[in-house]
Write a protein that binds this ligand. Sequence first.
Ligand code: NDP
Length: 484
Amino acid sequence: MVDGLKAYWPNYVGGRWIDGGAGTIAVEDPATGETLAKQALADTGDVNRAIAAARACHESGALSGLRPVERGRMVRRMGEYLLDKIDEIAPVLTLEAGKPLWESRVEIEGAARYFEYYGNQAETLEGRSIPLGGDYFDFTVHEPYGVSAQVIPWNYPVEMAARSLAAALAAGNACVVKTPELDPLTGAYMAEAAEAAGLPTGAVNILCGLGSEAGAALVAHAGVDQIVFTGSVETGKSIARAAADNVVPCVLELGGKSAAIVHRDADMDAVMSSVRWGIFFNAGQVCSALSRLIVHRDVHDEIADRIADLAKSLSVGPGLERPEFGDNMGPMISDKQLERAEGLCRQAESEGATALTGGRRLNRPGYFLEPTVFTGVTPEMTIARTEVFGPVLSVLPFSEDKEAIEIANGTDYGLVAGVFTADLDRATAAMRDLKAGQIFVNEWYAGGVETPFGGYKKSGYGREKGREALWNYVQTKNVAFTVK
Ligand code: NDP
């Protein structure tokens, strides 16, 4: 058994480990369907207490009044704590989220990187001086909002929590984090990291609760000043409505149906590598997954065959048995998500698409879907328009550049998009015409913590990552001085 896995995981509010007012929830191992541990489940009372703790921290100035370089150091220490404990955290993450052990390590390293990056940015939130002439001096200051509410999705529970926590804390906000009910356990390490880093009491509160109860209560609470959400469009809309009722800003990151266009002159090895990462990493449960490949007809069959071979070569099974980087993939997060993905595969076939490989669950316990490649997909099909959130790639042919761009832009989403070509003019035109918040030229997922990330259209609004994300967590105050 894994050393770090405890039988029971409490919530963390106001610097104390507490039980849940709603009791507990059983957390499953997606590789077996068996219960791993019990997690405390927050009710509305717990949510209220967490917001009160964050508010008290904010009003006291214990966090917001720190010299930014000090706050930044604490934020950086949180990342160092995660790295120090990576050997303990990674197996727990793999057990609760399913991903191969090496992917868990990649996720934790990514989380640490957020703390490093935003810790370093804490002292860079400078205002500006605005010339008004004559008897005036004018300048701006950026102040934290106060209490930041953060609703975390299950696909990257550690990294997504780090993404919003790091930037919010660096800017001086106290935070209440609602971890996902499916894989909440690793949230405890964020609380431990905050304690180890010396953050003031109430700066970081971590609670698991049901989205429809604790999550809804959190985002609707009048004591929350700012909201960050990553998840589905439907839940995102309800959060935006709650934010509107309290007139507070929210950042919504809502997934996509992202496409890469592959031209005849593309470097095919680069395409294959991008497909491997783009749709099979984390079993395709990635908001910016490469879920549609739009391929020039002249190279369509060759590429489709190569991708089918790649999909078949992946070793699919429990994440703990897959410790090393390689051609492997874990289960999906839950039976519900697997059923949904399998249902979309059946629908694709009934609408006329062909499964070159995959499309079925594995005949074993756990929530495993075969790595799946569909050809014969047309832009109108459900599989071409709906986010599967699983290891399912749709390949669509094109003849003219304009047609490829139209197909790529032809969904409700606009999170990321890509183009593979050796032709600079073509790449530049695609970069200009693709409607998405991030464009990848010749490598899917190029970029990092430093590069702004967020959606066009129904993929949401606001930006995470990069310098841009800091602006989610501060409001600008203008000060005009009159000299008499
Ligand atoms: P949700 O959007 O429902 O869940 C995401 C987070 O929101 C979870 O922490 C959830 O809590 C919480 N939540 C749910 N309802 C509310 C609410 N009313 N108020 C506040 N918080 C709430 O996604 P699902 O897990 O149901 O997944 C469905 C689909 O969403 C996926 O198939 C995928 O397409 C998309 N998705 C996209 C993600 C992305 O990265 N953009 C991430 C996750 C899902 P809890 O789980 O604890 O109930």
